[in-house]
Design a protein around this ligand. Structure first.
Ligand code: ADP
Ligand code: MG
Length: 260
């Protein structure tokens, strides 16, 4: 059975997409079969995985509206495959922004993705879902099918505030729609140990969240930021970089933490 994880945080620019594509590449490099689902109409995870969002024949939009199956809509990137960390991609583009409105009338609209993923469950060890920066119907579709949520966060003062909303949403989804849902963990990203405040917030997170805080810390690393313009996750773009190595370590930590 595939483990399905949402990468979520309702704040924008906190490293969700970077985490999704690099964890996908890291797990693939460790021999896992991975499907990456882009649930953000910006399509950054799609582009960052080497798939041109403008030329997608079918996307997650078609899957949500049940005009295509996941098997029909998924694609791959040759560049990623050549780099030895290939994974399947269920891409997104601007069309997805309309899905929210078009789905309002539909029954069981928050379970569309869950139903669609059931058909490909046996094909994967992991399904990673890159969520948009909102607690919208799209994010709800992600949370409905997930076993757990991975929350990337920067160690800044306001990071903790936003976390309360996300934790409450997860509690509500767990109570009403998906009793399996768990927070797998918080991932510290874009970390700069030279900044005292970041170190302090990191210590607070450790004290407050205990083993819900991943041991791996992702440093601020320019190679991770440069990689998307080459259509590759950092793990494939510059495997020797500190950022890439941290994400491969994170993938290994995920595997260690899973119940056997
Ligand atoms: P989100 O998906 O939450 O909006 P992104 O993953 O797109 O966030 O990251 C926001 C910006 O920060 C992007 O330009 C990305 O390249 C950059 N970034 C993300 N993680 C790192 C990192 N560890 N080091 C340096 N830049 C990063
Ligand atoms: Mg994003």
């Amino acid at each position: 059975m595939a483990k399905i994880f949402c990468i979520a945080n309702q704040k924008g620019g906190v490293g969700k997409t970077t985490t999704t594509v690099n964890l996908a590449a890291g797990l693939a490099q460790l021999g896992q079969r991975v499907l990456m689902v882009d649930l953000d109409p910006q399509g950054n995870a799609t582009m960052g995985s080497g798939v041109d969002k403008r030329s997608l024949a079918l996307s997650v939009y078609d899957v949500l509206l049940e005009s295509a199956s996941v098997a029909e809509a998924r694609t791959r990137s040759d560049k990623l495959m050549a780099a030895g960390c290939g994974y399947d991609i269920l891409g997104a583009n601007r069309e997805l922004a309309g899905a929210e409105v078009e789905m309002v009338e539909l029954e069981r609209r928050e379970r569309r993705l869950k139903n669609a993923l059931t058909a490909v469950d046996a094909d994967y060890d992991f399904v990673l879902i890159d969520c948009p920066p909102s607690l919208s119907m799209l994010t709800l579709n992600g949370l409905c099918c997930a076993h757990g949520v991975i929350v990337p966060m920067q160690c800044e003062y306001f990071a903790l505030e936003g976390l309360t909303d996300l934790v409450n949403t997860i509690k509500q989804v767990k109570a009403n729609l998906n009793d399996k849902l768990l927070i797998i963990g918080l991932l510290r990203v874009m970390f700069d140990p030279r900044i005292t405040l970041q170190q302090q917030v990191s210590d607070q997170l450790a004290a407050h969240f205990g083993d819900k805080l991943f041991d791996t810390v992702i440093p601020r690393n320019v190679r991770l930021a440069e990689a998307p313009s080459f259509g590759l996750p950092g793990v494939a773009f510059d495997p020797g970089s500190k950022g890439a190595q941290a994400f491969v370590a994170f993938a290994a930590e995920m595997l260690r933490r899973l119940p056997k």
